[in-house]
Design a binder for this molecule. Structure first.
Ligand code: FE
Length: 217
């Protein structure tokens, strides 16, 4: 079965992923070298690149996803559309674009907890979560999320009842996942804005839970 991932780095090249820092430096150096060559050849405009980087660093981030989740908690018709076709419903809030062409939203319930990983690289729903955290791209997370999801959750400080089933979703560039966490108790009548403040990035990856009312972020 083809598994078409983001092509921002190669797969299966035997690179040692245990040294995140040196790997990042290595990637940063390669990116800089590429950018220089492409700019010298007139193939890219460095100013345009800066705009793209700024977009992902400051405008696109998990606050977008939090607004989507808060809308779903407040509006059952929207929630139904969201679970039916994530990307399409997310576009109602004007979020979309690269990395968000196909997003499936998976709902946490009393019986089932969902968790997202990209086992091969770092596929992630950029328009709603921004850029992935370093641990999401790390080899230990990518392998352990599948083998020992409960252990990974424990590392993140999350303990679920024994009877709760954990489903792990493997993100690809063709289908990326967003977890719809359960609405916290004690939030009846809350506005979407207030609800959104309870929605953490990790709760939308499935390695965390939303904040409880009264807990500080
Ligand atoms: Fe991937």
């Amino acid at each position: 079965m083809p598994h078409d991932h983001d092509h921002d780095h190669e797969h299966g090249h035997g690179h040692d992923h245990d040294h995140e820092f040196s790997e990042l430096s290595d990637v940063a150096l390669r990116v800089r070298a590429l950018e220089t060559v492409l700019a010298e050849k007139g193939l890219i405009d460095p100013a345009a690149l800066d705009v793209i980087v700024d977009t992902y660093e400051t405008r696109v981030g998990p606050r977008n996803g939090a607004r989507v989740v808060a809308r779903a908690w407040s509006d059952s018709a929207f929630k139904a559309r969201l679970l039916e076709d994530g990307a399409k419903a997310i576009a109602e809030l004007d979020y979309g674009g690269r990395g968000g062409e196909h997003i499936a939203v998976v709902e946490n319930t009393a019986d089932t907890h969902n968790m997202v990983v990209c086992t091969l690289c770092s596929c992630y729903p950029w328009p709603v979560l921004g850029l992935p955290p370093v641990w999401y791209k790390s080899a230990p997370y990518r392998s352990r999320a599948v083998i020992d999801p409960r252990g990974v959750l424990a590392d993140f400080g999350v303990t679920l009842p024994e009877e709760t089933q954990i489903r792990v979703w493997d993100s690809t560039s063709e289908m990326r996942y967003l977890v719809l966490p359960a609405r916290p108790e004690g939030t009846d009548g809350w506005s979407e804005e207030r609800l959104a403040e309870l929605v953490t990035r990790d709760s939308m990856i499935g390695v965390g839970l939303p904040l409880k009312p009264g807990a500080s972020a």
